[in-house]
Structures are given as C-alpha cells and as structure tokens.
Design a protein around this ligand. Sequence first.
Ligand SMILES: [Zn+2]
Ligand SMILES: [Zn+2]
Length: 675
Amino acid sequence: MTKMFKIALPDGSVREMPEGSTPADVAAAIGPGLAKAALAAKVDGEVRDIMRPFDGDSSLALITSRDEAEALELVRHDFAHILAEAVQNLFPGTQITFGPATEDGFYYDFAPAPARGPFTEEDLPVIEEEMRRIIGADKALIREVWTRDQVRDFFEKSGEAFKAEWVMELPAGETITMYRTGEGEAAWVDLCRGPHLASTGKLDSSAFKLTRVSGAYWRGDPKNPMLSRIYGTAWLNKKQLDAYLVRLEEAAKRDHRKIGQEMDLFHLQAEAHGSVFWHPNGFVIYRQLEAYMRRRIDEAGYQEIKTPQLMDARQWEKSGHWGKYRENMFVVPDEIPHAPEDGEDDDRPILSGDADLMALKPMNCPGHILVFKQGITSYKELPIRFYENGSCHRNEPHGALHGLMRVRQFTQDDAHIFCREDQVVEEARAFCELADRVYKDLGFAGYSVKLALRPDKRFGSDEDWDKAEDELREAVVAAGMATEEFGWEELPGEGAFYAPKLEWHLRDAIGRTWQVGTLQSDRVLPERLDATYVGEDGQKHRPMMFHRAIFGSYERFIGILIEHYAGKFPLWLAPVQAVVATIVSDADVYARQVASKLAAAGIRVVTDLRNEKINYKVREHSLAKVPLLLVVGKREADEGTVALRRLGSDEHQKMMSLEEAVVMIRNEAVPPDLV
Ligand SMILES: [Zn+2]
Ligand SMILES: [Zn+2]
C-alpha cells in the first residue's frame, strides 16, 4: 500500500498525498491557476524546489510572484545559473566559480580562458542574447544529490579547478546537491544548494539586463587569481525592470558625490580614506543641522556632554568592545615619540612599542556611562539623558567606503538615556515623538518604524526578552505609531544579541529607504560597567539604558539629504540662500545695498556683479542650486525694487519692493522648529 503524507496548508486544511508527491502536485490538486503561478514551496519553513518530493508529513506554503521578496531571490539565482551557462556556451574554456543573487539582481564570477582575457562590457549584449535563448528553450532545472567525490571527479574531468577545490572543503557528510539545467548530454550542471524554479521558462526574458563587469578575487582574497565578474539586474517582469532602470538613472542624477562637487560641499581624498573634508558650503548645512538638533534635544530635556576620543584599551576590555570589536578599532600606543636632538645621530625607533594601548572610540556609550558614574545618582534625578555630537572612528576596509554614506570618521547625534524600570516605556514613547518631529521637519513625510526582535544567538533569558520586546512595542502603540501609516512591522531575528531595538527607515523622494534612527534598550552595559543609582529604598539599583540616534551620523544623513532634495535644499539649510545679480554695472552700488540689507536680516547672500549676460548668471546659479536669485538693473535701482526668481520655478520673476523681499525671505528662512 502506498504510504500517505499529511500536508498542512496555510488555511488550516490538511491534504493526504501519496509518498513521492511534490508541492507541484499539491498545487495542481488545488487548481490549474495555482499550479501555473506557483514558483517554489516553503516546506516546514524552508524554501524548496516545487518538484522536490516531500520527506514525510509537512507544512506547505506555495510561493508565487505575490511573495515578492522570496520570488525575486529565487528568480535572481536562476538568472545567475543561466548567465553562467550562456557564458560557457559562448566562450568555451571559461571556468565557473560562484554566482549569488544580490539586492537588485545577481552576478557570477568567471575565470576566463587565459587566451581570451577578462570579459568586457562589449560582451554583454551577446551574452544576454544567449540567456534569452536558454530561457526560451524552457529547460527543466533538476536537483540531484551527489557524493563529494562524484562532484570532484566530475569537475576535474570538465576542467573546473575552482569548483573541484571548493567541493572538497564542504564538510564530509553534508548533503551535496547539483543542479542540472536541461536533460541528457546537453545539460549544464552546477554545484548549488538551490532552490530553483522548475524550469528556465518560468523566468521573464524581458525582465533582466546585464549591467557591468568588474574584477574580483577568487574567494575575495587578493592572494588568489583575479576573476571576471558579470553583474545583472533581474526582476519578475519588464515593468519592474523598467521602473528600476528609471530609479537608477534618477539616483545617478542625485548622487551626493556628484552634487557635492557641483555645490562645492565637501571632498574626500586618499590621504584620509573615509574622512570628510567639509568645505564652507557643506559645513553650513552641517552647522544648521547641529544647531537644529541642539534646540530639539534641549527642549526634550537632554544635557549635552563631550567625552574623550582616546581611551585606554582596558576600558574597552571592560565594556566588551575589545573582544568583539577590535578589528574595527584604530589602536594607538600611549607613548611619547622619541625625537632626536638637532645633529644627534640616533637610530632608536621613534616608538618603542612597549607602551599601553589606547583606542579611538568606535562608539560613545562607555564614555557616557563613565560620566553617569561620577558621584551618586538618586532615583529622583532619573531619567538622565546625555547627548553628544560624538565623533567616532571605525576601521572599515577601503573598498567598503562610499562617499558620505560609508565613512571611517563620523559624528553621531548620539544620546544615552538612563532611567528607572518604571520610566522605560514613557522614555521610549517620548523618543518616538521626537524622532517623528525631526524627520518631518527635515522633509521626510514617509518613514516606517520597525521592531527588531531577538536573534537566535543571544544573551539573557526568554523572560527578559519578552519584557524588553513588550516595552518597545508598548511605547510605539502609546505613540500611536503601531499602524500601517507608519509602516509598523516586527522583524524576527534582527535584534542585537543583547537587546531588541526600534528602527526608523526613511523613504526618500525617489522611493528608496534608508535606515537612520534607532532606539535600543540595554541592560547589559550598565551591568558590565557597574552603573548604579540609589533607589527610594536607599539601596543600589541598576539603571536601564537606551542608546538612541535620530540622524545616525551627520555625514551619512547629509548624504541622504543631498540625494533626497537633489541638492535643492529648503531655504533654511541652503548653503547660499540668495544671490543678488546685476544686469548692468550701473546697478552695482544698489546690488551691494540689497545684499547688505539681506545679510543684516541673517540671510546667507552673495553678489554677482560680473560683466556677464543675465541668462548666463541665472544658469550658473541654478546649477549651483541657489534657491533665490534677486535680479537688479537700472530700473530696480531707481525704484528700490528687486526681481525675484526662484530655483526650479516656471513662474516668471516677481517684482517687489526691497523691504517686502527682505521680510519675505527672512520669514521663509526660519528653521522649521522656530516657525
Ligand atoms: Zn545556484
Ligand atoms: Zn550607545
């Protein structure tokens, strides 16, 4: 008699299926529509091929294109295999290595035949063509379990040295699977964990594009051979691909590095990898944000402090950073260099290397606890909220650095809140409101709040985690933000190992999201560094501590603002707010008067008295994204008026009296929290 398996479906129903049947069979039994739409299956929570038979009683959820994230990952992985097959069809002698799905597509690393050399962008169209042919042929993707030796022999015979090397490093006893594209002799085979769609025809051949090529070392190690990496982007349908390509184009136009140069905001150079040189224009924005944030935190009851850049390694040991974080820390010896006297011939080393070690702070938390620990704190003084524009250094690899978005020296808008257990929810709620105000002030109407829950590897008991997660949840509910409008969502497994955290994800003008703000509860660090307060009972108690930031870092946040506004900052943030430009030199004196009136009203203004055509001046200042241009000629000088033009406005210039213009501009330039 055939054995029957019980297959539990998401709607709670259970189907009996004979041994050997697959999720595809279940889909077909439910209906032809689903059979066609189903791309893969989630069996007992694991994503699997739809053609892979059940092992026993199972729970099953079918994945269709509606499960977008999962569907995209599957599709992109399929595209990577098809890319590799296409390349090997076209360029015999090419060896394959790895090809994963990425955030917007896929890539595959190849070792081209030595005579052929690395791939170039000119190769991409013909490879795309071959990929389309493979998709059109609707070849089955078949999973097979092989032994390690079988796989090695197979790859050695087919001249695939990289794959043969790799498979021997997989742990013995691990199930090794090969995926075959197509059947019989003509099949293309790759070592792969899967899963994949049932056949290449499930992909939309108009939904991908090969984008670029680059070099990449085998296994990421510069000692290994250089491979040739081909990148592609892939989506579920052409509409998604087109939307992505438009977004990419729009993002390139807004690139903060490009705009940063056009507006003369900042630069980076190799002598200070990952540390920003702020130019006067860029530092205006920085200072405006700093001043704005200070006003916000002052009114929210924070106190600003400043803690040392360099601290003894022992302090970092106590806080636990030395063990977990050391590779990201810049470490220096606490040693006075030996400087030879004039004319003294001394070949002693400048540093002996015997001195104690110190480290540049990678974060501000331990310093804040040290301030908290000075003197005795009573329960009546809590909550204490310490804020710092905290400059931190983290030793990121050069290759990972990216403009202002990923730097090695950055300044956090960092604060730590020390409070009693009975104050935890209220403090978290108040922070939600503060963050909301800041993001709206800075022009981000849309953001989402997410709660990152306990990860698999963690400290503390389940009870502690239940409590900590509930507190944050409760705070968001109390702030009225646990709603769809605020994109409220819980993210299982994404919390830090010692506590859950709330995250704020901003949506920018072109629909991209940026995680910026965090609120993280912490009962571990106060314990490690022995922070206490005296309770009502006269006994010592542990404060609860929040780590929190709203911008994240000034550097990255300014990068996000540049791209969000495409450089067209609201008036209060714009580096140069107004230019007074003359039409004729007769108006020079008057132009200077206009500028000094504006400057006296606190406006950042410059004059443009050059002997150039006004259209030329207009074009130049709009390229530099100056929000307001006041044009003056002989008539304006005689009448005491200005012609006002706004950046990016189709409206023609507006005539007004100088007094009127000054009042209007002054009012418009008021920061949003002071309106
Ligand atoms: Zn694969
Ligand atoms: Zn912290």
